[in-house]
Design a protein around this ligand. Structure first.
Ligand SMILES: Cc1cc2nc3c(=O)[nH]c(=O)nc-3n(C[C@H](O)[C@H](O)[C@H](O)COP(=O)(O)OP(=O)(O)OC[C@H]3O[C@@H](n4cnc5c(N)ncnc54)[C@H](O)[C@@H]3O)c2cc1C
Length: 343
């Protein structure tokens, strides 16, 4: 590789254990981190010349490395939070892709700007938030994204996507489908509200409604963090990638059949024709909670989460996921699809 600016770091045959929250000890042929858009463009030009396979990662909190990666892994250290405008109604903020997502949420909540408080404490970085359309407690990040700044991998040219061009869906975007691997996010522009706009429909968050006055963004953030800490494993303590499967959306007729046998099936009506069923309930009904397979296991407190008990191999996790998919299919005739990205 050509000589590059000092702040590009290149590591060879590098362990990714610290770069995936499953904590799997797989290796990358090269691991390259950069601090500016110019550096990224230069890195891409070099890798194109070498015909290298490229994968851009953030915090590795939604990845399952199935084996060593025989190419170059890129990581953004572009870190800034820049206020583009603020008035009494709203604030527009541009954030570098390498900023930790929750650091951004913390800063917005402490200034009492509303929009990302329900998404507090989601692991990962700002760049991936716009790829994944992260969501929690009734809010998806697309509701606050104004535009996404990217660099095209094939040409090194910049392109800005407006929210509607990102074709956001449930944990989905155009970057995960038609444009997979074609653009690298360098910054995201978010629009937040300076006046209270709250989403307190989710279970335990409803308690905030009964209190006098509208809760501050910080109070909602604190409540979300408390709920998450009581239910979800901390990646530093127990490896996981959060929800392993998406919640299946089934035709209303399929739901009616299920409800005829299981009157207590939890569900969320998506439209007249479709109903979303919690994958955790389906997995629990199949008796998977707490079960192990090699070094992998189904988390006792939340069966949607597969965990690394410390010595899991990629194969342990893949096999466990596939056994779960099979048993849900046999019992309910419903397909589960991974939310986690298999690499
Ligand atoms: C304990 C736990 C709880 C979680 N809870 C939630 C939750 O409540 N809601 C939710 O939505 N998710 C949740 N997740 C999943 C995860 O946090 C999100 O998907 C997050 O956005 C992933 O961010 P990341 O930076 O780690 O991305 P990675 O996992 O590194 O990458 C995810 C995808 O984005 C791509 N990517 C990353 N950065 C860039 C970039 N700059 N440009 C282009 N592509 C890029 C990668 O190639 C990959 O396809 C949870 C995960 C864990 C471990």
């Amino acid at each position: 590789m050509r000589d590059m600016t000092n702040s590009v770091t290149i590591k060879h045959h590098y362990s990714l254990r610290g770069h995936n929250t499953f904590g799997l000890d797989v290796k990358a042929k090269q691991f390259i981190s950069y601090h500016t858009v110019d550096e990224l463009v230069e890195v891409l030009a070099c890798l194109r010349d070498q015909g290298e396979q490229i994968l851009h990662i953030g915090g590795g909190s939604n990845l399952l490395f199935t084996k060593d990666f025989e190419g170059s892994i890129l990581h953004s250290d572009i870190r800034f939070i820049q206020f583009l405008s603020r008035d009494s109604r709203e604030v527009v903020v541009r954030v570098g892709s390498g900023v930790k997502w929750d650091d951004f949420c913390a800063e917005m909540a402490s200034s009492n700007y509303y929009g990302c408080e329900n998404l507090s404490y989601i692991p990962g970085e700002v760049g991936a938030s716009a790829i994944q359309n992260i969501g929690a407690y009734g809010v998806e990040v697309e509701s606050i994204i104004q535009q996404v700044e990217t660099i095209e991998v094939a040409t090194g040219k910049p392109r800005v996507f407006r929210t509607e061009e990102c074709e956001y869906g449930y944990r989905d975007s155009i970057f995960k489908r038609d444009l997979l691997g074609q653009y690298i996010v360098t910054a995201v522009v978010y629009r937040l509200s300076a006046v209270p706009v709250v989403h307190l429909d989710y279970g335990q968050l409803q308690q905030l409604r009964s209190r006098a006055g509208v809760p501050t963004a910080q109070e909602i953030r604190d409540a979300v963090i408390a709920i998450r800490q009581s239910k979800l494993p901390e990646p530093e303590e127990l490896g996981s990638a959060g929800s392993f499967f998406k919640n299946p959306v089934v035709p209303a007729a399929v739901f009616q059949q299920l409800a005829a046998t299981y009157s207590d099936v939890p569900h969320y009506v998506v439209s007249e024709d479709e109903v979303k069923i919690p994958a955790a309930w389906l997995i629990d009904q199949c008796g998977w909670k707490g079960k192990s397979h090699g070094g992998a296991a189904v988390y006792e407190k939340q069966p949607l989460i597969l965990v690394n008990r410390g010595h899991a191999t990629p194969a342990d996790i893949m096999e466990l996921a596939s056994l779960i998919e099979q048993s849900v299919m046999e019992k309910f005739h419903i397909s589960l699809h991974p939310e986690v990205n298999y690499i």
